[in-house]
Design a protein around this ligand. Structure first.
Ligand SMILES: Cc1cc2nc3c(=O)[nH]c(=O)nc-3n(C[C@H](O)[C@H](O)[C@H](O)COP(=O)(O)OP(=O)(O)OC[C@H]3O[C@@H](n4cnc5c(N)ncnc54)[C@H](O)[C@@H]3O)c2cc1C
Length: 380
């Protein structure tokens, strides 16, 4: 093998669903003459589909986590833990502040998204954001432990902000976590959402969710936008004030700030614009996948199911790009099965026009999620 061939560097920045698939494929059939490097800001990747189940006590924490050191080691690929600070398009390098840059021949950006805080004033660090997800459990536990003395007298007041699927699942599943950390303290949970209806599914699915949330005593505050968050209260656009000891932020996805520093074309939320092939619009061998990319011709909601389905296309297109062959388009599915964990051994789901709930939904979700994670936790 010549040095020339050995110089081909494939870099995966952010080890979310799509890039993980490429690393897994590399383990099975590494590309001759190329080297794969994974770049992550944290040593663990978290599977969001199982986070609610971990909160509810249905899974141990390790079940939703991929240990990137072990995974990359088993796949025979290099792992760099660090924070990317910029991109040099001309030199095809990622920069890491004062640390040496990383050259690439093909780059895939898959760093996910962050919950939107647009128009919200935060005093201090009152918000407990869902991202970074790998540190969410530790941050939640620490907040609860800090609160223990103040909450001793009365009820613990929790506000979840964001009425999409994530906020809904958190509202169902966080009470058992609080109970495990605190004991049997009375809990007052409010779910705040800026739209008049929940955004977790169809109208029929939202109705099912509302019925269940009502039966758990969750106070729904719909059609109210949060304008200001302080350590012990949330101010709403209606002028109302909700007192809260713990404020969990699960709003819609927006782009991580670093994407705006790359000099690549973005959409109005700051996500990297791509062609149907997942290649960014820039004239460069750079893909953007999962939440952090938006296909210009066919934008989809920011959901893990799309990130997962992009995996095989990304893998094929990385190989094709290295070979100089035309790339294949990714065609997003128009529908997908949604299953939301209600934390009590049941789930609410929808597929196309149908909405359903029950124990069988939870068992189906559990099977799908375990199967997904088994790809990354077993060797071979
Ligand atoms: C509680 C919750 C439940 C959800 N449940 C579902 C569900 O059931 N079904 C569904 O379809 N969607 C679900 N979602 C949405 C889903 O999590 C996202 O759409 C999905 O994770 C996007 O995948 P991704 O690979 O783009 O990003 P991610 O899964 O977020 O992965 C991005 C990775 O990049 C890393 N990273 C981030 N920033 C950097 C950086 N600067 N440098 C290096 N690495 C970085 C992160 O640590 C992470 O490992 C849920 C979201 C939440 C919050």
């Amino acid at each position: 093998m010549t040095n020339n061939v050995m110089e081909r560097e494939v870099v995966l920045w952010g080890m979310g669903h799509t890039n993980l698939h490429v690393a897994r494929m590399w383990r099975q059939s590494p590309i001759p003459g190329a080297r794969l490097t994974c770049v992550s800001n944290l040593p663990v990747s978290t599977y969001s589909g199982m986070l609610p189940g971990v909160l509810a006590g249905q899974y141990p924490r390790e079940r939703m986590e991929i240990d990137l050191r072990r995974f990359c080691n088993a796949a025979g690929v290099r792992l760099i833990l660090g924070d990317v600070t910029g991109l040099d398009l001309a030199r095809r390098q990622l920069s890491f502040g004062d640390d040496p840059p990383l050259r690439f021949d093909v780059l895939s950006v898959g760093i996910g998204s962050v919950p939107s805080r647009e128009g919200v004033e935060e005093v201090g660090d009152a918000i407990l954001a869902m991202k970074p997800m790998p540190t969410f459990l530790d941050r939640l536990r620490q907040r609860l432990l800090d609160l223990r003395p103040t909450a001793a007298g009365g009820a613990l007041r929790v506000a979840v902000v964001g009425g999409g699927a994530a906020g809904v699942e958190i509202s169902f599943c966080v009470p058992p976590f609080v109970k495990r950390t605190f004991g049997d303290v009375p809990l007052q949970l409010s779910l705040i959402h800026d739209h008049g209806q929940l955004s977790a599914g169809s109208a029929a699915t939202n109705d099912r969710i509302r019925t269940r949330l009502d039966s758990r005593g969750v106070r729904l505050r719909l059609g109210r936008r949060v304008t200001r968050v302080e350590r012990d209260r949330v101010m709403l656009s209606t002028g109302e004030c909700i007192e809260a000891d713990l404020i969990i932020w699960a709003t819609g996805a927006t782009a991580a700030a670093v994407l705006g520093r790359l000099g690549l074309p973005t959409d109005d939320r700051g996500f990297l614009l791509t062609r149907p092939t997942l290649q960014t619009l820039a004239d460069a061998p750079i893909f953007a996948v999962g939440d952090c990319g938006t296909i210009q011709e066919s934008p989809t909601p920011k959901a893990g199911v799309y990130a997962v389905r992009q995996g095989p296309i990304l893998w094929e297109n990385v190989v094709r790009m290295l070979d100089g062959r035309p790339l294949r388009p990714y065609r997003p599915q128009t529908n997908f099965l949604r299953l939301m964990n209600t934390g009590d051994g049941q789930a609410i789901g929808e597929n196309r026009a149908f909405t359903f709930e029950g124990r069988w939904c939870w068992r189906l979700k559990d099977r799908i999620d375990r199967r997904f994670m088994s790809q990354f936790t077993t060797t071979g």
